[in-house]
Design a protein around this ligand. Structure first.
Ligand code: SD4
Length: 330
């Protein structure tokens, strides 16, 4: 695998360096070493998100700062983007499938490894909250389509039109070209994936999207698939994906990253290896699509990596917030 220089990579992460070296000392000393433990604790809590989503990440940070848990933080953070009609790839205002239907995919995972997910959800803005209800109020993990919508309505969610005038206009323009090619947004804010560690050190994550613009009707991506779009293991860490979901699903990317961290890789190394699995496949068409990952380990060390330039991570940690351009393969 063609790899970027890892040292160069680390030097770009700023906070990551400090936390990374803290981790080294923590690993060398045992967790009973009070000095190392104190330093590691200083890097928590934190919230990270895919793309430049300051408002959403700030909301999650606020939840945590006011004593809320990581699960509430990621749900409420993602809800900000779902309600933002200007973001045309999440929730209300999301670009539709080729037939003009806005269909949402979302999932959420808590510190116990419980998860809930909705796929092909229509007419409900807050897909992430429906996913949470699936996790908490049903014996299931995943609900799809009409059943998911009916379940949401039974839980008090109000149905509404998700196709805004702006998104409808864009869809009409796309239709004129009449050639099926789903659009993957390489440069700008897209699917939101969010990971948080709260003041108790517990991790949760969520992911919500309207999927690929102008996808085939019925298409579902990685974002609601536990292990692909998102995975949380409260003992190890968590990862979340954005980009062309088909490629993430084929490599079960988020689970892969968490398992690599379990085996001792840093979040950065694990994200790079997961991208490597995609680009090094025989006949990989990676020049023509984007995939990006963000990850965090239990100690608060973070990583991010994408195939193409343009992906970024928003991070709130240590009373500091920043949007960091990801290192990338190409
Ligand atoms: C999907 N992964 O449906 C989502 C789309 C996305 O950045 O993340 N776009 O495949």
């Amino acid at each position: 695998m063609k790899r970027r220089n890892f040292i160069k990579n680390a030097s770009l992460t700023g906070v990551g360096i400090a936390v990374g070296s803290t981790l080294t000392s923590c690993a060398e000393n045992t967790s009973r070493d009070s000095k190392a433990t104190a330093i590691v604790k200083a890097s928590l809590p934190l919230v990270i998100s895919t793309w430049d989503v300051k408002n959403a990440t700030a909301k999650a940070w606020e939840v945590i700062q006011t004593g809320g848990n990581a699960l509430d933080a990621v749900e409420q953070g993602c809800m900000i983007e779902e309600a933002n009609e200007k973001g045309q790839s999440v929730g209300k205002g999301g670009l539709p499938d080729r037939d003009g239907n806005v269909t949402l995919d979302a999932c959420i995972m808590n510190k116990h490894g419980d998860c809930g997910s909705v796929v092909y959800l229509q007419n409900i803005t807050h897909a992430v909250s429906v996913a949470r209800k699936v996790m908490e109020d049903t014996p299931h993990v995943m609900l799809a389509g009409k059943g998911a919508e009916q379940f949401a309505i039974s839980k008090g969610f109000q149905p509404e039109e998700l196709l805004t005038e702006a998104s409808k206009e864009e869809w009409k323009k796309w239709k004129v070209k009449a050639k099926y090619k789903p659009i993957i947004n390489i440069e700008n804010h897209d699917t939101i994936g969010m990971l948080a560690i709260d003041k108790n050190g517990d991790i949760s994550g969520a992911c919500t999207t309207s999927g690929l613009a102008y996808k085939l009707a019925g298409r579902v991506g990685d974002s609601p698939i536990i292990g692909s779009g998102l995975f949380v293991d409260n003992e190890v860490g968590a990862a979340v994906a954005t980009g062309l979901g088909e490629e993430v699903v084929k490599t079960v990317g988020s689970f892969l990253i968490v398992e690599l961290m379990r085996q001792g890789k840093s979040p950065q190394e694990a994200c790079e290896e997961a991208i490597g699995r995609i680009v090094s496949k025989p006949n990989s068409n990676y020049k023509n699509f984007q995939v990006g990952y963000i990850a965090v380990n239990k100690q608060g060390e973070t990583g991010y990596y994408s195939i193409h330039k343009g992906f970024s991570m928003t991070k709130f940690q240590d009373a500091k917030n920043e949007n960091i351009q990801s290192e990338h393969y190409i």
